[in-house]
Design a protein around this ligand. Structure first.
Ligand SMILES: [Zn+2]
Length: 104
């Protein structure tokens, strides 16, 4: 019977193949891990609300203070009003302006 010999050779060949592929397997595992991380990050990222006409990043809004056009995703929005600002600086400036107006 030559079967045991054949099985032995097969085992050695499989072992050699495994040893050869081990770095690739590790690499593939790392890539899978990265993909999983990316998926997790994408899921964790909060979905911006109030998007009536799809495409959150492409929509442009104008800063109420300096009138610069900026992507809606980067704009600072006030919940009380529909005003949006490009930065906190503009937001503060607008707040100061309204205060001054109130004072007289
Ligand atoms: Zn601005």
């Amino acid at each position: 019977m030559k079967l045991p010999i054949i099985l032995g050779i097969l085992a050695v060949i499989l072992l050699l193949i495994y040893l050869r592929l081990r770095p690739f397997i590790r690499m593939a595992r790392q890539m899978l891990g990265v993909a999983r991380d990316v998926n997790r990050v994408m899921k964790q990222e909060p979905v911006t609300s109030s998007t009536q006409s799809g495409g959150t990043g492409d929509r442009l809004v104008r800063c109420n203070s300096c009138e610069t056009w900026i992507p809606a995703s980067r704009a600072i929005k006030l919940r009380s009003s529909n005003a949006s600002y490009c930065s906190h600086v503009c937001l503060e400036r607008a707040a100061e302006g309204s205060k001054r107006k109130a004072a007289g």
